[in-house]
Design a binder for this molecule. Sequence first.
Ligand code: ADP
Ligand code: MG
Length: 243
Amino acid sequence: MSQLVLDEISVTFDGFKALNKLSLSVEKGELRCIIGPNGAGKTTMMDVITGKTRPDKGRAIFKEIDLTQLSEAKIATAGIGRKFQKPTVFEKLSVFENLELALKGPRGILTALFARLSGEQKDRIGELLATVGLAGSEARLAGSLAHGQKQWLEIGMLLAQEPDLLLLDEPVAGMTDHETEKTAELFLSLAGKHTLVVVEHDMDFIGRLGGHVTVLAEGSVLSEGTLAQVQADERVIEVYLGR
Ligand code: ADP
Ligand code: MG
């Protein structure tokens, strides 16, 4: 069975079908891109996976567990990490301290910062810094980082929890071209070890990632395939790419 399976998920807001029998599956270690027009239901799909929104119908199966039966907190500890568009790092703490907090988990900032780090935890922070390209910046205040660096720090904080599945909603929005390229390299390095589901509008970025692309429209899958295949799909051109 695929690692993540959405099976005929429907979500209705005040009679409006944000998701309409949405079905898709993602394999372990895959790097899947989700594209589609505004309002297609991309963020709602992530809300269903993380338990923020409950579907009216359908199942969301992750590692053979039905997520629609779990609380948001349980889902977070079941190996799913989510990155929102706006970075949520602690601006007044250093890069290192942000990773330290993420590693130690939720138990209050002061308690966590005063608890001693083991050698292993220090090594892990070193690894995370290297992975997200922030080695050498560990002493900087998170608030002083460039936009792209803040996003990478937040990804490092998610990785500290060792998620199997990472959900990334518009991760390169507001990034410079150079930052976008670095982010593509980062995601490619994470795929395989983690499963990535990336919602983006930036076609160059999606092209760099090179994975399968799912096109959502009006709450369900309109098309799926390589980027070249979906870009050549008349229905996709009509509702999304052609405008
Ligand atoms: P996308 O991320 O693809 O742009 P969304 O999932 O954010 O789309 O939204 C899908 C549709 O559902 C939109 O029409 C949006 O206005 C609506 N919607 C999303 N969340 C809510 C909510 N909490 N209450 C009412 N309508 C919502
Ligand atoms: Mg959205």
